[in-house]
Design a protein around this ligand. Sequence first.
Ligand code: PGA
Length: 250
Amino acid sequence: MSRKPFIAGNWKMHNTVEESVNLIEGLKAAKNKNNADIMVAPSFTSLNAVVKASAGTGFKVAAQDCYYEDKGAFTSQVSPVQVKGTGATHVILGHSERRSLFGDTDEILNKKVGAALNHGLVIVFCVGETLEQRESGKTEKVIKDQLVNGLKGFGAEQLKDLVIAYEPVWAIGTGKTATPEQAQDTHKAIRAMLAEQLGKEFAAGVRILYGGSVKADNVDAIMAKEDVDGVLVGGQSLIAEKFNRIIDYN
Ligand code: PGA
């Protein structure tokens, strides 16, 4: 089955509104020769401005997280309703920084998945193991638990637009990239897990992105792998020329 490539930039806690809009202007130079879905995930503060600046480009705009309640006394939280209100259509859930620094457990993420689905946001759901877990042979068990518990209660039909991002924690922001073979092996394992959990058809169609120190000079080899359908890029998505080269991978 051919899956449409998906190239995503997670801007994390970078960029003012003005810087975000400038970055979008810079990304307009990409040719998108692979006809990929292109997604950017700015901070909440820049979402609406980025949606407006992206008009006519086809760029998908994502929040980096959202809360699971629609509204209420939850100081500082941003609801899926508010995300939608900015014009954004996508949301990243379960990024390892959310899991490790801000206490997003599988149980919380499961509620966030439900809330995002409820409001029609497309979810990019992140999974991945730490170095210690990889070295002790637990990679597949860790990821399976994240998938089973994070997506519990939702079926293939509800999750039809879901995108998975495999991001080994040891490769994020460290300059250490998984080798293309490591990425392929884990993506293949994830597809098999999803076949078991949500059915073969779902697994064959779901896009699985690799994330963790993706750069212009390693993207081609990573994207060449059969089960890698795209990339989720942090640092290098903040520099237009670099991200454009990633979008236009060979
Ligand atoms: P990085 O971040 O590309 O800077 O390693 C990836 C991510 O956290 O999504």
